[in-house]
Design a binder for this molecule. Sequence first.
Ligand SMILES: [Zn+2]
Length: 247
Amino acid sequence: MFIAITCLGLLRPMLTTPPCVELNAPVVVRVGDGDLSCEPSSFDDSLDAAVRIQREFSTYPTALFARADCARIVLCTKLAYAGQLRAAIPDWEHNTLYIDTQRGAKSPGYPEHVLHHEFFHLIDHADDGDVYNDITWTALNPMGFRYGTGGVNAQTTRNTGALTDSMPGFLTHYATTGVEEDKAELFAFSITHRDYIAARIKTDTVLAAKVVRLKAILKNLCPDAEHLISIHPNASTTSHSAYPSNN
Ligand SMILES: [Zn+2]
């Protein structure tokens, strides 16, 4: 893949590893079965996004970017996949995380959540190469639960990303749309809403087991990354008979 990019030269000292880069021309690139497209972002929007990325990823171990195969973060706008506008897209085929610097940028907490959520998809892919299936994780769910048809079909669902305690084992409606979204939501909220998760798992044994599993996934990929999740379920909440013994 070729992308015409320029480093944000003035910002370079404050950017993360991997580097944030900005486009200087529209891009269309084939990813999976669809086209990813985006356009250059204004400098001011790119600056705001770069500062946010620096802040949010500052606690990530440097090794995690390499382990997650994230070589660069592209700052852009009008980001879309197969014609559907997106706030961010993890492109593990090209080791790139795309961030739309405008979409949702004014919604409190949303752009921060998106960064962690989408980065986890890169982690998830690097973990075993299969983002859309995880029988160990799925086995943690309440008996009879079935995921929906994926996040792609919930992009316009009202409040799909709002935290709710109405569904034991899940943080948001979006988390119920697919195992990949369930994991990404828990990772993101474990960083941005640590105290909320810590309180939930005192009574939600399914969620507690998922926190344990999430930390194991992180540790397996990058030992230092386990500490990103500073939530510590006690043993009694993770010994539910429904949980597989090999997780
Ligand atoms: Zn997602």
